[in-house]
Design a protein around this ligand. Structure first.
Ligand code: NZQ
Ligand code: ZN
Length: 398
């Protein structure tokens, strides 16, 4: 296991009544607030009015950026940065899911520079993040963990790119997690969000590097939490216990805790970001389609022994598979159990054609882009070249 430094600076207010603290938290950063949100769900659930009242009651001046897209676009980042500069914004208030929070993070950074916002993501320029406006978030969808991490993923439809980047300056200062705000999340988005949380856990769990027993146990516990509560939240949208467990799992799956003991080497996320870059599919759904195929593909490669053992550990500790069978048999059953959870229990469609990706037209370029930032090879559980990635996309066609 590797040595590490762990720090997560996000102050969390968790629970139904905590939003009462919003005005107080915002006002410590100044007077002028830019409220950012998506396509209108916050208005439909009555949250918009509550947030506006909190800002006004705190004696602050409110500006707005609405219409942030799922798979948020660089154009929204640019518009947000423009508004920040024009109105001399002191603090950003992101109210929504991961897309709104991600976009707001990059608005916060872009507001402090003169160059174009995409320069942060351009591999040749890679402009440094040296300053960012403070961000407060109110989460309305349990999925990405953006409320408690330092990353944000932005799409550029002009170039068919979707790129993520981290910076310690982009952690929200404060995040409000009220599970009741997720009661209106549709069963489909609940399924996708849960698949995303599960994937964040798999990305750090499936490693051939030595892991801490403690951390594997945290991860397995969070995976079991998602398996237990996602179907309940889909069936009973107003089940507080289910929504609360998913919300807290979303934050802890990716806030640095469970990834700190080994090198971070993600596989499904780079492959999925290319699918949503080109086809604008929902992130969690793309991950669900990829994940079982990825594990199956990993089993056939180099180091297959270590890989099979880890998948078997997953099968025994997460899905309760009988441990007395041969390791390979357990691993195969574990992948079946994962697929059953994603496609039968959560009801997500299982192939790319079912989400509108009907041919291989873009497989070559998507695979190329997925490995590009990693010098041509995703360094994860099983290192994957461009050709491997194409093969995994192909496995997802049927
Ligand atoms: O836009 P509105 O009207 O708000 O509707 C949204 C959107 O249509 C809706 N929604 C959100 N809260 C709701 C609600 N509907 C009813 N009731 C509520 N309470 O749900 C839809 C999806 O929202 P979105 O924010 O796009 O979903 P999610 O939270 O899954 O975010 C996905 C984005 O985050 C990125 C993904 O790539 C994707 O672009 N990720 C960010 C990460 C990070 N920052 O660390 C890590 C992830 O791996 C991921 O890549
Ligand atoms: Zn994700």
């Amino acid at each position: 296991m590797q040595e590490f430094t762990f720090q997560n600076p996000v102050r969390i207010h968790f629970g139904h009544d905590k939003l009462a603290l919003l005005g107080k938290e915002l006002s410590q950063f100044g007077k002028r607030v830019l409220l950012t949100y998506g396509g209108g769900s916050i208005k439909r659930i009555g949250l918009y009015d509550r947030v506006v009242a909190a800002v006004k009651d705190a004696g602050m001046e409110l500006f707005e950026l609405s219409g942030i897209e799922p798979n948020p676009r660089i154009s929204s980042v640019r518009e947000g940065a423009r508004l920040c500069k024009e109105h001399k914004i002191d603090v950003l208030l992101a109210v929504g899911g991961g897309s709104t929070i991600d976009c707001t993070k990059w608005i916060a950074a872009s507001a402090c520079v003169e160059h174009d916002a995409w320069d942060f993501f351009d591999y040749d320029k890679r402009s440094p993040v040296e300053k960012a406006l403070p961000i407060v978030s109110v989460l309305t969808l349990s999925a990405t963990g953006s409320e408690m991490d330092s990353g944000g993923v932005i799409s550029n439809p002009e170039t068919n790119d979707k790129r993520g980047r981290l910076s310690p300056l982009l952690f929200p200062k404060v995040s409000f997690l009220d599970p009741t705000l997720t009661y209106t999340v549709s069963p489909y988005q609940t399924a996708c969000g849960s698949a995303d949380i599960f994937s964040h856990l798999m990305e750090v769990y499936f490693t051939t590097d030595q892991s801490m027993f403690l951390i594997d146990t945290f991860i397995e516990g969070m995976m079991r939490t998602v398996i237990r509560y996602a179907p309940i939240a889909m069936r009973e949208p107003e089940n507080y216990e289910a929504r609360a467990n998913l919300m807290w799992a979303s934050s802890w799956a990716i806030n640095g805790l469970v990834g700190c003991d080994k090198p971070q080497a993600w596989s499904c996320h780079p492959m999925e970001h290319e699918l949503s870059a080109v086809y604008d599919i929902t992130h969690g759904h793309g991950l669900a389609i990829l994940s079982p195929r990825w594990l199956e593909y990993c089993m056939s490669g180099e180091c297959a022994g270590a890989i099979i053992n880890k998948i078997a550990q997953f099968g025994i500790n997460v899905f309760g598979i009988e441990p007395t069978m041969p390791q390979k048999e357990i691993a195969i059953r574990a992948i079946d159990a994962l697929a059953h959870f994603l496609f039968d229990t959560l009801g997500l469609q299982r192939t790319l054609p079912e989400v509108g990706i009907v041919d291989e037209t873009h497989f070559d370029s998507m695979a190329y882009k997925s490995v590009l930032p990693f010098k041509g090879k995703l360094p994860g559980f099983r290192p994957l070249t461009k050709e491997d990635v194409i093969e995994i996309y192909r496995m997802c066609m049927k």
